[in-house]
Design a protein around this ligand. Sequence first.
Ligand code: PMM
Length: 274
Amino acid sequence: MGVVNVTPDSFSDGGRYADTPRAVAHGRGLLADGADLLDIGGESTRPGATRPLVSEELDRVVPVIEALAGDGATVSVDTMRAEVARAAIAAGATVVNDVSGGLADPEILEVVAETGATYVAMHWRGHADRMQRLASYDGPGGVVAAVREELAERVRAIRSAGVSDAQVVLDPGLGFAKGATHNWELLAGLDQIAALGFPLLVGASRKSFLGRLLADEAGEPRPVDQREAANVALTVLLAQRGIWGVRVHDVRSSRDALKVLERLAHPTSPKESA
Ligand code: PMM
């Protein structure tokens, strides 16, 4: 899943693709790099971010979705709002990526039920202005058990809205009400989340826990655009564990790594000439 943030303020690429032509061109580039799915978002969820108006979010994402879905791309909309999800699906999106897992706007589940869209439900505890204060996991089993239980609770709500299990993908929500150690624990314990029985999506790309892992001797985190090799390592690891998707900003490097895995699985493939 390649990320197209049509936002002025995302932590990873804020402002670079904030207008329709640049966002569409970026999406086309990600497709050329081998993306299976494009995730179009109009709201930054970086810690401390303020929410856009619904009208702003619609103006950002709908024309980009129309253009990229019109090209034949499989498009996901990264939104927490039912109204935006509905408009995005009308514009050609077939996946709703809801970082709140239906908590921010429960009506989004009805939109998903009515339209049959694929629904990514991410683990979330609150909006960006307060999420880092919610990063406490003191119960037995720590963060992995808590995320698993809270996702199971979302699955119950999703089912009772009439969404079928076949539509659902779960995401542990790295960085959302989670510190660096929580993220690593979740990655190490992903099998316990997979045991809920749903496909998984993981978004580690460019996040600060990778910057901190790669910090220099003075403790200065590695800049956002220099965390790619670490992210690719996770792509490979997660692919080997059978993950449904990875949400990445640099599609080419992850696609290259997956090609290596695929080639190794078929070493005698006659496809190449030499
Ligand atoms: N992370 C971000 C935004 N949307 N969606 C899902 N499903 N999973 C994530 O981890 C996720 C997401 C934040 O990253 P960005 O600001 O670079 O898009």
